[in-house]
Design a protein around this ligand. Structure first.
Ligand code: CA
Ligand code: CA
Length: 368
């Protein structure tokens, strides 16, 4: 059977055993270097913060806050290990993208579900529990010192109840879907002449890697096969554009289980975006000058080709040097460029080169 290698806190749906419990504003002063918990030496009450902030939390300086757990193993356990993280709550509107890193050998990312409201910050009873299981091959651990790093890489905070590591666990055989999130996006794509709208579906799998079918039902229908890695996988499904608010059911189905969620899809404005592409000219410190000249001509050639391929394509030569440089490609090529310059498909700037004003003296600027 499995054995517990270490444990931090008690699974009692409360964070009272942890540091600064109920006082998230103390985080930045008490944990200015975030959390490093040394198994066998640290204590939960002193060294493990009840809250882990995310990068969008302004009160914690808008950055990542890695929590590290250091532990020693006298032997590497058999085949598989399982890290269990029991959360009291995840943020209500901006739940984290949560990363689990095992030494420097593996990293997994999980989109955590939305939680209960902010009252959980001071009273754990208002939290919505979520238990994350991360089952990974034991070969990611080693004899001697190990470190597991937990980081919120996007989104807001989580509150901890307890976490522990089990060794010698059974090898997961099936996909295990623990969270499905979906949203309609503002992005469209023309597929076979028809405009389609993108629905983004994030599926979190805490079992074995495997395949699933993602299905949209309701006022719109679509179906797509998706390969699920361990952690979260994003599937992009295109549907007929949404013209009025409508409910869509998103179902993820595997051979053995299915899980679904309902979203409210809303119509969005169809933006027409004008992009003005160009290449910046830096000569002398990004590569050898001769290679830079060649690179500019390759870019200009690609732009000329794109002009004949796409009727709406436009390009801008950042400086006149780029046009003159293109003469090296021969008169025939250069005439093609001149044609596009005349019709305005390719823009030509007045300045021969850019003046690097930061390096100029006042006199040089005046003369330039
Ligand atoms: Ca719990
Ligand atoms: Ca607890």
């Amino acid at each position: 059977g499995s054995q517990t290698l270490w444990r931090i806190g008690i699974a009692d749906n409360s964070y009272d055993e942890f540091a600064i419990a109920g006082n998230y504003r103390l985080y930045t002063s008490r944990f200015s270097r975030d959390v490093t918990f040394i198994v066998g030496k640290s204590t939960p009450k002193r060294d493990w913060s009840f809250i882990q902030p995310g990068p969008i939390d302004y009160w914690a300086r808008h950055r990542r806050h890695p929590f590290r757990i250091r532990f020693n193993l006298s032997r590497v356990p058999g085949e598989y290990c399982r890290l269990v993280i029991d959360f009291v709550n995840t943020h209500r509107s901006h739940p984290p993208l949560f990363e689990v890193k095992i030494n420097d050998r593996a990293q997994y990312q999980f989109a955590l579900p939305t939680g209960g409201d902010d009252r959980a910050l001071t009273n754990p009873k208002f939290g919505r529990e979520y238990i994350l299981h991360v089952t990974f091959p034991a070969r990611h651990l080693r004899r001697g010192e190990n470190v597991i790093t937990l980081t919120i890489i996007a989104g807001s905070w989580v509150l901890y109840d307890a976490l522990w590591l089990e060794g010698d666990v059974a090898v997961p055989k099936d996909v295990l879907i623990t969270n499905v999130q979906a949203k309609s996006t503002m992005l469209f794509k023309r597929i076979n002449g028809q405009l389609k709208q993108l629905i983004e579906i994030v599926v979190t799998n805490t079992g074995a890697e495997g395949d699933a079918i993602v299905r949209i039902t309701g006022a719109r229908r679509a179906e797509q096969k998706v390969h699920l890695i361990i952690g979260s996988t994003t599937a992009q499904v295109f549907i007929k554009p949404i013209e009025r608010p409508m409910k869509l059911r998103i179902t993820v189905q595997t051979a053995k289980t299915q899980r679904s969620t309902v979203i409210e899809a809303k119509p969005v404005r169809r933006w027409l975006v004008f992009v003005t592409p160009s290449t910046h000219t830096d000569i002398g410190y990004t590569d050898l000058q001769t290679r830079t000249f060649k690179r500019h001509n390759d870019n200009t050639k690609a732009a000329i080709e794109a002009c004949s391929r796409e009727s709406v394509f436009k390009w801008n030569l950042e400086v006149a040097f780029q046009a003159r440089n293109y003469r090296r490609e021969g008169e025939h090529e250069f005439r093609k460029l001149v044609e596009h310059l005349r019709t305005g498909r390719i823009g030509l700037q007045g300045l021969y080169l850019n003046m690097l004003t930061g390096l100029c003296s006042g006199e040089e600027l005046a003369r330039a």
